[in-house]
Design a protein around this ligand. Sequence first.
Ligand code: SF4
Length: 460
Amino acid sequence: MMNPPPSTLTEAPPTISRQGAPALPRLLAGIQAHGAMTLDEHLALHGPLPLGSRGRRRHTSEHAAILLEEIERSGLLGRGGAAFPTAIKMRAVAAGRGRAIVVANGAEGEPASLKDRTLLEMLPHLVIDGGIMAAEAVGADELIVCACESAGASVESMERAIEERSRSASAAQSPKLHLTTVPGHYVAGQESALVNYLGGGEAKPTFTPPMPFEQGLARRPTLINNVETLAHIALIARHGAPWFRQLGTPTQPGSTLVTLSGPVAHPGVYEIEHGASLSSLIDAGGGTTARIRAALLGGYAGAWIGGERLRGVALSKEHLAPHGASLGAGVVLLLSEDACPVAETARVGRWLAGQSTHQCGPCVHGLDALASAIEEVAGGTAQPRASERIERLASLTTRRGACAHPDGAVKLLLSALETFESEFSDHARHGPCDACSRPSELPLPARPIAEEASRRTLLR
Ligand code: SF4
């Protein structure tokens, strides 16, 4: 992946608080315009991690049980996209046979997301703290931080942070800490792909079971958490579950990082409360710079919400579910009225087909055929009843791969077909429109998110 690292802040991040709510930022507190937070700065801001039951930073079953219970009570859901309950995953690893390993997943293959590389680059000690707490909770003696190989600034920053840790007094009591870079493919951060890659294979998903929590790296129980999930654990361990639940909704507690991009004045990574309105996020981003046709929620495995349906949208699973959408890994991507959604979909569809790892027939051939069918519509060369053909291809492609990539891609393409129905039928009848030749608005590795992307904070 070739997204650039976010640029520096040029002004203080705005914090908009609803009445009586505790203030944000939480994760992004203390983020600086230039450079990563050092260990000293991190400790001055957040204080030390809570000590284990024997007053030392080492695993004891009593402290592990307390930590697990706190994470369970917090209701923390994974921030990598699937929103799986973190405590359930941790308990499964803790119950596994053999010494566990923790993997901090910052591979971030989604072209529309910058949040993980922002955390690794700017707040590496928050991620490491979360990894240490997770290791303590599941009884792991090793923590492997994974960063995308194209995110050079994140890698350098994490290297410096690990070096700082090695000189700190608590180093001897912490799990063994490594940093690994991961290829920038879309599916390289998928759990089984990471396990395969870290074990010396290719960064390609494998058929499961066994699941990584049962038999992962070196056949040991392996906890793979997104780096944002770990950053939340670092704060939950310090402040407790009730503090965490002061923000968000009952079923989706806490704050979350969102990458806002498209025609807004200040695209970038924002921290919001779950349930914040889409309009408040856009306002915090300085407002739109063009008329908006639709918003893509959840990235390239997500769904579009278009036109009038955008009014009153709130960023929580309860509000987004009726639209068939979710925040996924925290992506909100706006598309302007100036762009052609058919040409944009054709470009993204072809890119998604190219991200197949060529292991499963329905994924390889199905996504390629779908991309071709959409390109034919965009080019005005499609046969009659093209949409029926696309739907048939979609049904032949889903739920038949070793990973969820084809399912996510099909979801996005069908959502585009539905949301932009009239534009698709215009193209099928009359061929390309004037906007087809405009530069693409949707980011792809060859055309990353706006370089001015910055980090901001928002509370509804
Ligand atoms: S479904 Fe596609 S991306 Fe996933 S493992 Fe199979 S070929 Fe690779």
